[in-house]
Structure formats: C-alpha cells, structure tokens
Write a protein of this length. Structure first.
Length: 199
C-alpha cells in the first residue's frame, strides 16, 4: 500500500481537482488534491456528519479534527456564523487547501492549523468537537483523538464522530462509553455510524 493521507507532507505529485456540492442547503466549491482524504468527492461519512450535526447548547467555539480540505468545518462555519471554528489536520497540503477553500467560499469565522491530533488547541476549551477520524492511521490514533476531544470539551460539550461499523465503530463506542456521561448513535446509514457523546 502506498503512502496515505495521514502524513505531514504527502510526497505524491499534486493534481488538483474541483468539487461543487450542496451541503445543508448551501452551495460550496472545494479544491482538492492528491495526497488528501477523498480527493474525488466529499465522502459519504463526512456528508452524513455535516447533515447530522446539531449546534451545541453551550456557548463556545467548535473544532473540526482531521479537517482535510475543509468540507465539514467550512460548511458548518458558514451556517453557524455566530461560532468560531478551528480546523486541524496533520497533513499540510490539506490545511493549505482548507485555508484557500474557506476564502473561496467566503467563510471567515475560522482558523486552519497544522496539528497532530488536537495538539495545537490543547490550551483551549470547546462547546463541540467534530471528527471523521483517520481510520487508516490506526486504532491508537483514532482513540487518541477521542481522548483528546474529551480533554478539550467543556462540561456538557458534545463530540460528534462518524465511523464505519467495519472500521471500528463498536470499539469506538466502548471507548466513548468509558469516558463520556452519555453516548448515543444518532444515525446509522450504509454501515456508517454518527456518534454523539456528551461530556
């Protein structure tokens, strides 16, 4: 298997691609590239997470972990313009794309940061964390993101995760149940689970 998207500097040759998409009733255009997650289209799991997300009751910022070229954070920041979003990814090609995509879609209430898991925002607290975690990076990384999400959430804050059953949803649910006050499966569709955990 070749190099995958969970890497700081993808070595694969750049080959940009443009995607036009409707998300939560608004139109967006994203530029994607080789070496980032789901180059050809917004993957089903990310779309399901975007469409399922509910604004938290708590005041505060929101963070998108593993933002890729930005569809989750940008589409939600566009809708919830009263919130500030942080978008994190270890992949620097992805964060550069996410920044340019935010500008292209005229969404300004966000910051994009290169970060291994949640390292760049460990000094902050959030009302919500969203993640389509990098499954191919392995269970240790995925569970590390869940733990770090718990650490940065305010009491009563929400973690939203999309994960496929065959790629570890049951073990992710077990991990969340150990940490969080309340865990529910909000949606199950085509083998994908949308999990919501309340701290």
């Amino acid at each position: 298997m070749g190099e995958h998207y969970y890497t700081k500097n993808p070595g694969v040759k750049s080959s940009p691609n443009k995607i036009d998409v409707d998300l939560r009733g608004s139109k967006f255009q994203f530029t994607t590239d080789s070496g980032v997650f789901s180059k050809k289209e917004i993957d089903f799991g990310s779309k399901l997470l975007i469409e399922s997300f509910e604004e938290p009751e708590l005041e505060g910022d929101i963070v998108d972990v593993g933002c890729g070229y930005g569809p989750i954070g940008i589409s939600l920041a566009s809708e919830f313009s009263n919130r500030y979003f942080y978008m994190l990814d270890i992949n620097e090609r992805a964060t550069e794309l996410a920044m340019s995509n935010a500008i292209k879609n005229r969404v300004h209430n966000l910051s994009v940061m290169a970060s291994d898991q949640l390292n760049a925002v460990k000094d902050k607290t959030f009302a919500s964390v969203l993640t389509n975690p990098p499954i191919r990076a392995g269970k240790q990384v995925v569970h590390g993101i869940l733990q770090e999400a718990y650490d940065v959430l305010k009491k009563g804050g929400t973690l939203w995760v999309v994960i496929q059953k065959k790629q570890g949803a049951p073990s992710a649910i077990t991990k969340l149940d150990e940490m969080f006050e309340h865990v529910e499966t909000v949606v199950k569709k085509k083998g994908y689970y949308i999990l919501k955990a309340v701290k």
